[in-house]
Design a protein around this ligand. Structure first.
Ligand code: FAD
Length: 481
């Protein structure tokens, strides 16, 4: 079986027994807790999209290992078309669930691993690529949901991993055995790891000689002994625990669910280890992951969110009769300007993608355009939610509970208060949707997901040939040195 159905994914989740903690409770079954359920339901939609013939080109790829049809989330990009469909998948999945495609980070991590394990084998004579391909063939054959763990807890950002007072702030090797390795440490902000069958773990940054213990990449199974997931918990989690789904801003799929992954001496067999001690390649692994992830999560995914926000904002304008007012239309155009330029950058990153390294057969997006996509939307997203809040009006944050409309005492008063061009029920539903976006977790989520913007600014300075630009200007001015 190379493609799982949504139903088969949900059945497979019932069989997993991860150690998951959320808001003061241990969760026995991910489908029973309303918050963990929202994450799993979103993932099931991603499986479902691949079943839909109209999305086949975007969601289904051909395995370069077996020639079989596979979910694109497990595909290694082999050409420009693959890259383009990858960024289109990020757009489509965001439009469909209004939250993470929780398989996205894993997809970009496996592309980085395909490229970097090949390079390590060529130069170091290791057999990481063969191991990785075996694991990938197994993941593809079983259509596994794979998340990606890159971000370490990091502790004091001024200090190197080995200088931290608390060594667990970075995932590291603690024992090398004949049959595998033992790892410990903490990865934070892990999107959808709780409901993934496997997680690919990569180093969190470039490493130096002497930091071999942190130069690690491996695949870990969801319920591996010693692995604990502590879920994020916030006002939206509490609301989801208290209210029925239909009253929430994104009823079924929720905000975006992450967890802290604590590795407490977790054993990883050698066949699942793809990088162990070769510090020179850790930075490349992270950079290649970031290249892919900035085009996808940084660029195209947020364009899908923007489409939903713009749609909700248009409905809000219509519900109070301002949809034809010039300044409202201008604000909508501004929202489109930010989202469409980010999509254009993501497409450009795919179109200018290239094989990296030469001979590997792995295609990665263009770095500069990918970073431009992410940096543009990090800023643009705040503008988009600002305009959604503007056009949505104060109601977006001052609305009563939707259920209050049915209350025999206050319901009739509220219906009078909030009926405009649209009835009160419709207005409150739209306002709740916009509240979810503009007063929720998505602003900082978009800012930091795929790396804090300072990292993209840094990449601009590294990737740009400033001298060439000065020379162009000097030539035209007739300025001689
Ligand atoms: C919604 C969401 C989902 C995510 N999903 C995943 C996931 O699935 N997998 C994953 O691995 N990660 C994930 N992340 C993590 C994401 O990649 C990080 O949040 C991001 O890289 C920033 O790291 P940080 O959160 O530790 O911020 P910090 O490193 O704490 O950054 C805070 C500030 O300090 C600055 N700063 C930090 N270090 C330095 C330094 N050395 N020098 C100068 N300035 C510095 C930053 O630029 C920033 O301004 C997710 C994050 C979010 C918000």
């Amino acid at each position: 079986m190379a493609l799982k159905t949504a139903k088969e994914y949900l059945e497979s989740i019932e069989k997993m027994v991860p150690r998951v903690y959320i808001g003061g409770k241990w969760v026995k079954n991910l489908l029973e807790h309303p918050v963990t359920r929202s994450m799993v339901m979103a993932n099931s939609v991603i499986y479902g999209l691949a079943e839909d013939p109209s999305h086949k080109e975007v969601m289904v790829a051909k395995s370069h290992l077996t020639g079989e049809p596979i979910n694109r989330n497990l595909n290694v990009a082999r050409n420009i078309h693959d890259l383009d469909m990858r960024q289109e998948m990020a757009l489509l999945t965001s439009q469909a669930v209004g939250t993470c495609n929780y398989r996205c980070v894993g997809c970009d991590a496996l592309n980085s691993l395909a490229s970097t394990t090949w390079e390590m084998d060529q130069t170091l004579g290791t057999n990481y690529n063969e191991r990785f391909n075996k694991w990938l063939a197994y993941a593809q054959a079983n259509d596994l949901a794979v998340s990606g763990a890159i971000t370490d807890a990091k502790g004091d950002r001024k200090k190197r991993p080995s200088q931290q007072d608390e060594p667990d702030t970075f995932v590291r090797l603690v024992e090398k055995r004949s049959d595998g390795i033992v790892v410990r440490g903490i990865k934070v902000s892990q999107s959808g790891a709780i409901g993934s069958h496997e997680t690919l773990v990569l180093p969190g940054g470039a490493l130096r000689e002497g930091e071999e213990a942190f130069a690690l990449a491996f695949a870990v199974q969801n319920s591996a002994p010693g692995l604990t997931y502590i879920c994020q918990y916030n006002a939206y989690s509490a609301e989801r625990e208290m209210y029925p789904e239909e009253e929430l801003g994104n009823p079924i799929y929720g905000q975006r669910e992450t967890s802290t992954m604590y590795f407490d001496n977790v054993f990883i067999p050698w066949e699942r280890v793809f990088h162990c001690g070769e510090t020179k390649y850790s930075g490349r692994m992270v950079t290649r992951f970031a290249k892919a992830h900035r085009m996808n999560c940084g660029g195209a995914c947020k364009v899908g969110f923007a489409d939903l926000i713009i749609g909700g904002t248009l409905l809000a304008a219509e519900s109070i009769g301002v949809e034809k007012v010039p300044h409202i239309q201008e604000k909508i155009i501004d929202m489109l300007r930010y989202s469409e330029t980010s999509h254009a950058c993501a497409i450009a990153a795919a179109m200018r993608g290239r094989e990296e390294p030469k001979g590997s057969g792995v295609f990665l997006p263009d770095d500069l355009f990918g970073n431009a996509a992410k940096l543009n939307i990090a800023h643009g997203f705040y503008e988009i939610i600002k305009n959604a809040g503007d056009i949505g009006g104060g109601l977006v944050v001052t609305m009563p509970r939707q259920k209050d409309l049915q209350d025999p005492d206050v319901g009739p008063m509220l219906k009078k208060a909030f009926a405009a061009v649209a009835p009160a029920e419709k207005r409150l539903k739209i306002a709740k949707f916009l509240q979810h976006w503009s007063a929720g977790l998505h602003g900082p989520g978009t800012w930091h997901g795929a790396g804090a913007p300072q990292t993209q600014r840094f990449m601009f300075t590294v990737l740009t040939d400033f001298e060439a630009k000065k020379n162009l200007a000097k030539k035209l001015m007739g300025l001689k040195d």
